[in-house]
Design a protein around this ligand. Structure first.
Ligand SMILES: [Zn+2]
Length: 156
């Protein structure tokens, strides 16, 4: 799936694969706060990651908020949490999409978690418990999800 950028309802919606072809500077006015909806991003390669990071680093008059971050954004999140001690990942990444699956029947779903709140409850936060929509069994999430949540509580 190729990369696509569209503006809708105050959000800049990114979808598909973020790679070297991404050119945000020429498609966007880079000032104020940019709200990115990245729920339909299916992949991100190293050059795509670099380009997104350069945008985050561009501090003068620009702030960035990412919504609906799926696990492909883990890379970015870890980097931001590691590199910018003063910028908390929870301030840039506003919500995460966590993947859940049912060990009983194999049903899969994604659960949106607001991460603004995570910053306030770092140590004791536990992943949301989700019941399977098909068989009501308690669903499991990936180990990735726990790491993701951890990267939000670090650096508080
Ligand atoms: Zn099930």
């Amino acid at each position: 799936m190729t990369f696509k950028l569209e503006k809708s309802g105050g959000f800049i919606k990114l979808s598909g694969n973020i790679d070297e072809s991404i050119d945000l500077a020429s498609s966007l006015d880079l000032y104020g706060t940019l709200f990115f909806d990245v729920g339909e991003v299916t992949g991100i390669n190293s050059i795509g990651t670099l380009k997104m990071i350069r945008l985050i680093e561009r501090k003068a008059g620009l702030s960035i908020q990412f919504y609906k971050c799926s696990s492909v954004f883990k890379f970015l999140i870890s980097y931001v949490a590691l590199k910018f001690g003063s910028i908390k990942a929870s301030k840039i990444f506003s919500s995460l999409l966590l993947d859940y699956n049912c060990p009983q029947c194999g049903e899969e779903k994604q659960v949106l978690v607001e991460t603004r709140r995570l910053g306030n409850i770092p140590a004791q936060f536990s992943l949301p418990q989700e019941g399977c929509p098909t068989c009501q069994f308690i669903m499991q999430t990936t180990e990735d999800a726990e790491e993701l949540i951890e990267s939000f509580s670090q650096g508080e």
